[in-house]
Design a protein around this ligand. Structure first.
Ligand code: NAP
Length: 296
């Protein structure tokens, strides 16, 4: 079974469009502010896709670009202005930031109640405690994708490869929560593992979030495992229109025949990430992000 993130994301967009219409009818226009510092091509394309997706369902988006030479203070001041602006419900800073800007300070400056990426320590803490919170969009998107395909994680052994603050750690935290949509037995694996395959082969559900093209092959997964590929890697391809193509961390050709379900790249986790960003923004505009359990 292919876990088709594109189709599921489009269903979520349809559901959110209705919520946005009802907010607009009450005079609330959901609005997200996106900050891009510098001119990294991949970051620009991510920001553009997020902004386009917002506009399509009626969320207003403001993209603010600063040059790579922008000072740390300039970035902080812009965020403080957005924090004070009652017409802005969500603030997203596209990462990575240039090295001279202190990312942690910037993320901690965002008002936790507008933190639609869920990176502020207040939201991280709330999520660890199992309280309603803004949850990072990629992990939330993965949980939502599994839910919509009725893949139960309760009691299953989930192995997460990668422990970043934006994917691996928050995903492991979500899946171990004592909740009907979680309750998994979670192993987190990273670059210190001598034998990564010894872990991946034990997984009922394997999530790979490393950033290395084709790291996981058919021999590395159990027969019947569910495989979620988070990786986005550009590899050169002179036959592709842009001169490159996007592949995941999983070698789809050798893993798909063994897996019971698998996400493609592109078209798996990526669209779900954007859908959950839209959802976080709508919930923020509705004032319910810290009230509504993320999954029901
Ligand atoms: P990251 O911050 O670079 O973290 C990578 C993680 O992988 C680290 O924890 C690292 O271990 C671990 N790792 C590296 N080599 C390993 C190996 N050989 N075996 C096991 N673990 C290894 O990356 P990220 O931000 O989490 O992103 C991971 C991938 O997902 C990237 O391709 C990124 O583009 C993609 N991504 C996709 C989406 C989406 O929407 N689809 C969203 C976010 C990210 P250490 O901690 O020990 O260094």
């Amino acid at each position: 079974m292919i876990l088709d993130g594109k189709t599921v994301a489009s269903q979520i967009h349809d559901e959110l469009r209705i919520e946005v219409e009802s907010l607009r009818a009450r005079g609330i226009v959901p609005h997200i502010a996106l900050l891009l510092v510098g001119d990294n091509a991949a970051s620009l394309s991510y920001v553009q896709s997020k902004s386009r997706a917002c506009e399509k369902i009626g969320i207003a988006s403001t993209v603010h670009r600063l040059p790579a030479s922008a000072s740390h203070q300039e970035v902080i001041e812009l965020i403080c202005r957005w924090n004070q602006d009652p017409t802005i419900h969500g603030i997203l800073v596209q990462l990575p930031l240039p090295a001279h800007i202190r990312t942690d300070d910037v993320l901690q400056t965002i008002d936790p109640q507008k933190d639609v990426d869920g990176f502020h320590p207040v939201n991280v803490g709330r999520a660890v405690l199992g309280l309603p919170s803004f949850v990072p969009c990629t992990p939330a998107g993965i949980v939502e994708l599994l839910r919509r395909y009725r893949i139960t994680v309760r009691g299953k052994h989930v192995v997460v490869l990668g422990r970043s603050n934006i994917v691996g750690k928050p995903l492991a935290n979500l899946l171990m929560q004592k909740a009907p949509w979680a309750d998994a037995i979670v192993t987190v694996c990273h670059s210190a593992a001598d034998d990564v395959q010894a872990y991946t082969r034990q997984a009922d559900i394997l999530v790979v979030a490393v950033g290395r093209a084709g790291l996981i092959h058919g021999d590395d997964v159990r027969e019947g495992a569910v495989v979620v590929d988070v990786g986005i890697n550009r590899i050169e391809d002179s036959t592709a229109p842009r001169g490159y193509r996007i592949v995941g961390d999983v070698d789809f050709a050798s893993v798909a025949p063994k897996a019971s379900a698998i996400t493609p790249v592109p078209g798996g986790v990526g669209p779900m990430t954007i859908a959950l960003l839209l959802r976080n923004t709508v919930y923020s505009a509705a004032g319910i992000a810290w009230e509504k359990p993320l999954f029901q």
